[in-house]
Design a protein around this ligand. Sequence first.
Ligand SMILES: NC(=O)CCC(=O)C(=O)O
Length: 260
Amino acid sequence: MRVAMVQVDSSGESVPERRARVGELVRGLGGADLVVLPELWAVGYFAFDAYAEGAEPFEGPSVSDARSWARELGAWVHLGSFVEMDAGRLFNTAVLLSPEGEVAHVYRKIHVFGYRSREAELLTPGDELPVADTSFGRVAATTCYDLRFPELWRGLVDGGAQIAIVPAAWPAARREHWRLFTSCRAVEEQVLLIGCNAAGAELGGHSRVVDPWGAVLAEAGTEAGVTWCDVDPAVVERARAEFPVLADRRTDLTFQGADV
Ligand SMILES: NC(=O)CCC(=O)C(=O)O
């Protein structure tokens, strides 16, 4: 299975120009089975003042463009995330489209980010952790900052997730945390993790694919562009069978800090 991670730089140009530029790039990715984009790349993660104006209903340009890219390529497309407007509230919404252009998976970011960021002030957190069955396995998504919350990830695995797609706008200042957490979550949860980060001013790039053994199958540099990776999704079940750490969990115990 061929994965293409599109590391987008959202500085400069207008949003329609950016959509057109990225669309042309994605439509050129013939041969990909799965295309993945970063978090809030259309409006730009740090363009907080533009979130409200750039917000879309679910069936807005982000989903509509990604539907047509998926159909044209005959590939799965994870559009990254966009600012979704629903009943007067804004969400950071990530969507996977099937090769037929159908919505296969929707995830609203649960841990919105408030450290030197206005995301937590402007956006409403999601509260659902769905998984979806695809031709390449059971898929879940979490967005950027969610990487820091292992209990959320354990919840995904409890839901049967084998592949985790992580759109991100992770800053360069904490790039080593990005590398650490993507590797850690892949190994800890025994998933194939596909993390697509944004590039450009302040953003760290280094989109990466990590398998359940911790092998880094591909890693981008800091520049905008496409990183390809050939993956075998069956590695997940092989790793879980050979090294059954998830089966060794002590789910019969409840830990309560100092009293234990
Ligand atoms: N976009 C984000 O969620 C940024 C997260 C981040 O910078 C961090 O966890 O560090």
